[in-house]
Design a protein around this ligand. Sequence first.
Ligand code: GDP
Ligand code: ZN
Length: 361
Amino acid sequence: MMRENTPENYSGLLGTVVAVQANYYQVRLDINQCKLLCTRRSLLKKIGQKVMVGDRVEVELEIEGERGAIAAVLPRKTELERPPVANANQIMLIFALEEPTLEAWQLSRFLVKAESTGLELCLVLNKLDLATEIQLQNWQKRLNEWGYEPVFISVAKNQGIDELITKLNNKITIFAGPSGVGKSSLINKLIPAATVRVGKVSGKLHRGRHTTRHVELFELPGGGLLADSPGFNQPSLNCKEYQLAGYFPEAKTALEKGNCYFSNCLHRLEPDCVVRGNWERYEHYLKFLEEAKSQQEILQQMPDEESNMKLKIKGSGEHYYEPKLESKKYRRSSRRERHQNLHEIYDNQSVNELDELADNF
Ligand code: GDP
Ligand code: ZN
């Protein structure tokens, strides 16, 4: 009989998956915090139950306790596709004030992408030591208007790190941000045992490596777990047009206070719109809206699940359709896979930093 999928029903050895490589899983056991190398019970494979890093799992010991097998996956609280992480609590978006100079458009794009995951969002601005007091105050004011309360830090000068640590304790956090902002330096600071290469060359050399999925969570001394996110280098906005306003706190606040005349308002030129206005990022909203629209159009042009019929022409010239399913090569692609393909096409700067990080351990 199937057990009901609630945590109380898992009385065995519980743990958290901290690394996945091929069919092996490293599980950190709750009982002693030790890591155990595990496989997955074939029943899970049969029912198509995937195991991701961040998953809470029930483990059965094998080979005198030296190995384990994952017998069950507990219900997930959250699930992120890219990077594939279960039960993440928050995204920590890291940018630098200078070197590279903080740029509103790029920051906005990352913020919108991060908001689209539905996870809590924490914005961190590094290299405080390179910014003037005026710059700092301007960004603080500007970002407050955008609806964010940034945490200013300097990894180099060890400023603001303690405040950051309190935000990471006992949580699963996804690190994201463009390269060069000091993410690796920060990870090294947070996890003294880590030796992540700083100032690494990323880009062309490593392209294509993201086919080998190797995801790992780094353990923080305070109990939290950290995942770097390779898919965030140049985030594409592949959301639906109507969803976009929900990813701008400014627009969300306006919609909490009042309603647009049309319930399906996209906040462009529609009459009696409560969102359209003179807020700084309205311009960003319009541009991202165009982008979302063209992304959706590209998606629609890709082979559809339903279009599995092939046009044939008889000798007589008569047209008819035949199912394509007889072709061995033909395989239905799910919407999710098509999204993934789009990522692959448009996210051309995507480098599997996670692979790289993991390789360095
Ligand atoms: P990543 O690409 O985001 O992982 O960035 P890295 O950690 O490789 O850092 C990029 C460069 O910024 C390196 O030369 C670091 O030494 C430097 N850096 C990192 N944090 C700080 C900081 O707080 N202040 C200054 N001035 N430089 C920093
Ligand atoms: Zn509107």
